[in-house]
Design a protein around this ligand. Sequence first.
Ligand code: FE2
Length: 216
Amino acid sequence: MFKLPDLPYSYDALAPTLSAEAMRLHHDKHHAGYIQKTNELLKDTGRRGDNLENVVRDAARSGDRKLFNQAAQAWNHAFYWHCMTPARNAPGNTLAAAIQHDFGGMDALRAKFVETGAGHFASGWVWLLAKQGRLLVVATHDADNLIAHTHSGTPLLVCDLWEHAYYLDYRNVRKKFLETWFDKIANWDFATAQFDAAHNSAGGWCFADDETALAA
Ligand code: FE2
């Protein structure tokens, strides 16, 4: 049984970029719902105790879309909370050099990230990732994510493009949400740690790293 991980900050910590009301709804209702439904779908499969990454990958491989959608959304949101921080920071030296090399600097990365996220049709996620020594920005549809597929690369940062992520605070203006998110609350310390893990062949963040998410 998976447990809803706590936010790594208080509900109001990201305001005014994201309001406490939006964060509470997003975490306590949406993320909680994905965790609960994943547990319900796994209840009769004898897979209690498996890790969430394996559940996501196996569901993708076997074509179990019902389980995949819930489990991937449970994983994506847990990852997403770490991609934001109330403490403004900047990419570490290793990641900053890669951003300079692959995009030409932070301004160009920001433009690519915002353009990709704003231009994505309907629900999904926009990712900054490291793949085969290169940084890329891609969007995935609905619950889809990078861990579902082999050779997808290591996710460094993700922003939620579902309307529930921004509608309370930004209404329909997703572009403004992405610009503000990138400028004010993107967690570059986390992205740098993920980048370094990718280059050290370490696995990077996993769901069980969230001690608050460990099964009771
Ligand atoms: Fe969400």
